[in-house]
Each structure stands twice: as C-alpha cells, then as structure tokens.
Design a protein around this ligand. Structure first.
Ligand SMILES: NC(=O)c1ccc[n+]([C@@H]2O[C@H](COP(=O)([O-])OP(=O)(O)OC[C@H]3O[C@@H](n4cnc5c(N)ncnc54)[C@H](OP(=O)(O)O)[C@@H]3O)[C@@H](O)[C@H]2O)c1
Length: 337
C-alpha cells in the first residue's frame, strides 16, 4: 500500500534526516503486558511505509530480547532505517531480576559488542547512554563512546535523562546528536534546563513516552486492569488516587481533539511536535505501539496544527499532574538538577 510519508527532521546538527516521528519498540518485548509478535512485525512494516525511519530499542528491553526481535526487520531494511539502541542498565550477576547502572569503559565495550551481535548489524546509527551513573565522570563515558565512533561501531552518540550540565560536559568531548528524555503534556520538567541547552548545542530532542505511557490517549482504565507484569502498576501516576485525579485532567485534550476530529492521543502527540517551533529545535518523538492501526493514528498527528488558543488550553495540565513520573526520581535528570 503506498502512503504519503511524514516529513523529516535532522538527527543531530550534522546527522541524517529522519522521519519526524520515530517508533518506540520497547513494548514489543517488555514493560506493557502481553505482546503479539505478528502484530508487532506488521507495525514495524507499516511504520516504514508511513515514513518512520528511527526505531528505538535498548539492550535492557527484555534483557536483549527486544534487540533480537527487531533484527530481521532491521536487516531487511538496513538502508532505509536508523537503528537506535542504548547501554547502561546492567544485570548484576547475583540477581537477574535487578538492574544496576553502569557507565564504565569495560561495561560499554562489552555492551556494544553484545548489541551489535543481537541486532545483527555492522554499525549502530545512534548509541545512547541510557542512564547516568554519577560515580563515573561523564567525560570518561563519552570518551569511550567517541572511541566507538572512531572504530566504526557507532555513527552518532545520544544521552538519555541527562541534566543540562551533563549534556554540556559530554558535548565538549564529542558532539551529541540527540538527548532522549520523557516529554509530554504530563511531563515537562526538561523544559527548564535540558531543552535550552540542547537548542544551544544543536542537539535533537527525542521525547520518550510522549503519550504518557498511554495515559494521554484516554484508554487507561485502572492499574488493576493491567496485567501483573505491566510496569505501569509500579508507576505513581497510574496507581491509587493519582490515577483518577490524572484522568480528570484529560478533559481539555478531549475538547481539542473534538475540534480537530482527532483522537486524544493525536492531540498529545501534536503538542509534542509543536514544541519544535515553541523551543526552536528539532523534536523527534518516539511513541510506542505494537499495532499497525495505531502507528497510522500516531503518525497522523504530524499533520495536526494546534492554534495558540488550543496550546493555551493544554498549558496548565502538566502542573496539575499527581505523582512523579518515576517511583525513584534519581532515575531521571530532574532528580539530579
Ligand atoms: N530512555 C528511556 O529511559 C525510555 C523510557 C521509556 C521509554 N523509552 C522509549 O520510548 C518509547 C515510547 O515510550 P513508551 O512506550 O514508554 O510510552 P508512550 O509512547 O507514551 O505510550 C505507549 C503506550 O501507549 C499505547 N498506545 C500507543 N499508541 C496508542 C494509540 N494511538 N491509542 C491508544 N493507545 C496507544 C501503547 O499500547 P500498544 O503498544 O498496545 O499500542 C503503549 O501502552 C518506548 O517504546 C521506548 O523505546 C525510553
């Protein structure tokens, strides 16, 4: 089926152009309940037809399973797509259920080889540090990542959940193409420092969880309705009284959606896309879905232009959200600011 393709945005100051919306692939193996491999494969193919070229994974998603699952798709379309993966959430030898943050050179060297093997590609287009270990100087970590670029294992570097000073220090060692952080109508803390630093340095912003992990689509009923292995059962915004309070915040999103004949999810994504103009930098969100129909819906948001009045109606939502975006905020840049 031929489809009109979404427009593109630059991935880093000197980087390639990528479809202005990427695809988050985490849920295809991990975090959000039962998966359907056939539907996920169909989602990947449909995304590509629609002009989505940046595909986001990490070694931590299902302990390598997500990278393995994606490898046939990546191999089949190697020249048409950009592969983004991440290191830093390591499995300690004594407890496979836990994750520890590692930013040290021996770990990075081992992680990149393992990702290249699982992905079955010669080079990773965008390699992110997934989380920051404050005990390792960021200059040291990025120094090792820069060696991977020189060795041809990695094309561009990214950092996830870094503070503005961490981003500046890293960028002084080697150009950083992208910062990946949570950014949505529900999560706007990065606008204070990280976004201005990214604009100044020519770094592309890659918002993750732009649908608020699904909450902003209006389809979340209650934490009890989620399966036992669903990560959101541990997320403060999805549980107890917070869930009901946050659901009540979606009214203006629904009103704007009605005005556009769109869904709430599309308005949430259109808001994220609109931040490119508001903050004058490339913004390339990576909503996650495992369903082809939803990738059509989500890419459809790219064409929605919100008016000033509509942006104003959506403006107060984030400040009213109940519950932090992670149970442990040390896991975020805001927790270190
Ligand atoms: N750097 C980091 O630390 C970090 C953290 C979290 C995520 N990420 C990356 O960011 C990507 C996106 O974030 P996310 O998956 O956490 O959250 P998200 O994109 O905000 O939301 C994903 C959730 O929304 C549902 N959904 C998607 N489109 C929908 C639609 N049109 N209508 C109704 N529901 C819809 C998905 O369910 P279905 O799959 O069933 O459609 C899934 O449950 C991940 O896949 C991952 O690659 C990175």
């Amino acid at each position: 089926m031929s489809s009109p393709k979404i427009p593109t945005a630059p991935l880093g100051e000197h980087g390639p152009e990528a479809g202005v919306q990427g695809l988050g692939c985490m849920g295809m193996s991990f975090a959000y309940g039962p998966t359907d491999a056939d539907a996920s494969r169909a989602t990947l193919e449909r995304a590509l037809e629609l002009g989505v070229t940046l595909y986001d994974t990490a070694d931590a998603y299902g302990a390598g399973e997500n990278e393995r699952f994606l490898s046939p798709f990546f191999r089949a379309h190697r020249d048409e797509i950009l592969v983004a993966t991440k290191f830093a959430l390591a499995i300690p030898p004594d407890d496979p259920t836990r994750r520890i943050i590692r930013n040290d050179a021996p770990y990075i060297r081992q992680a990149v080889e393992a990702s290249l093997r699982r992905l079955d590609v010669d080079v990773i287009d965008l390699y992110y540090m997934h989380r920051r270990d404050p005990d390792v100087p960021i200059e040291e970590t990025v120094g090792v990542m820069a060696e991977l670029v020189r060795e041809g294992k990695v094309k561009q570097l990214g950092l996830s959940e870094v503070t503005a000073p961490e981003l500046r220090a890293a960028h002084a060692v080697h150009p950083i193409a992208a910062v990946q952080s949570e950014w949505s109508l529900f999560s706007r803390d990065i606008e204070a420092h990280v976004v201005p630093a990214a604009r100044e340095l020519g770094v592309t912003l890659v918002p993750y969880s732009p649908l608020g992990r699904g909450f902003l689509t209006g389809s979340f009923a209650s934490a009890e309705a989620l399966t036992a292995d669903d990560f959101r059962r541990q997320q403060p915004r999805f549980t107890g009284e917070n869930a009901a309070a946050n659901a009540a915040l979606l009214e203006p999103v629904r009103t704007v959606a009605e005005a556009h004949g769109a869904t709430s999810g599309q308005i949430a994504l259109a808001w994220v896309h609109a931040q490119a103009e508001v903050h004058a930098l490339p913004v390339l969100p990576i909503p996650g879905t495992r369903r082809p129909g939803r990738v059509e819906e989500n890419t459809g948001a790219v064409a929605i232009e919100l008016t000033e009045e509509q942006l104003s109606a959506l403006e107060p939502i984030a400040a009213k959200v109940s519950g932090n975006r992670y149970a442990d905020m040390a896991f975020t840049s805001a927790g270190r600011e």
